[in-house]
Design a protein around this ligand. Sequence first.
Ligand SMILES: *[C@@H]1O[C@H](CO)[C@@H](O)[C@H](O)[C@H]1NC(C)=O
Length: 259
Amino acid sequence: MEAPRSPMLLLLLAVLGALWAGGNTFETHIIGGREAAPNSHPYMVSLQKSGSHLCGGVLVHRQWVLTAAHCLTHPTQLLRLVLGLHVLGDPGLTCHIRQVVLHPEYKPAPHLENDLALLKLDGKVKPSKTIKPLALPRGRQAVAAGARCSVAGWGVTHQGGQLTRALQELDMRVLDARMCNNSRFWNGDISPRMICLAAYSKNQAPCKQGDSGGPVTCSRGQVAGILSFGFKVCTNIFKPPVATAVAPYTSWIKKVIGH
Ligand SMILES: *[C@@H]1O[C@H](CO)[C@@H](O)[C@H](O)[C@H]1NC(C)=O
């Protein structure tokens, strides 16, 4: 059974999908996740359109946010970045986006690749207890199979349901890329610059709409990946969620930020 994959798109698509499918196929949430301790992820950003959460993002510098390129489908002037949030809707620091830089080799769905974008804030944020950049990986190698990681996001927590109000997190491990790429799994769609993730229990998954663009952290204090795509049925163990590895892109990121 090789159904086409579905990128983790926007909440709107999730809602439409749930309506079309009678709410059955877009089971899109961090199932089995837990509420994060308030402000334990001070680098976490909510990308919003008209006050609605679209995607996650990661503050990687006082003036730059790293997210998934496929999240940037709306005109920039309609988008805002909200920093320093734990519960969606709480007052946070809302910033306009001064500049959007998609990765020059970004390929949209159905064969998503290089799914990264950098968003420049309209000013430099002052680091605080609730707002603090997360460091880039030091090496150039993507995280190795078996590494213990965690993902975080505000995506919906029940199929056809609403966005989570409080930030959720879930522990995951990195799958072997060759296995993830084989014909039973993603069948050739996994590039060497992607990370496939698996939950520890088969009833858990971060495939929720609204989680795209959010961080995968494996070693403390560093962003290892940015959530990119999953499958319609998120607990399908043969279609594990996939993130873009950040390490292979650090020179591009530093070049953009340095300009
Ligand atoms: C997955 O398979 C495709 C197609 O054969 C290949 O281009 C790609 O490099 C493979 N990815 C990995 C991680 O080996």
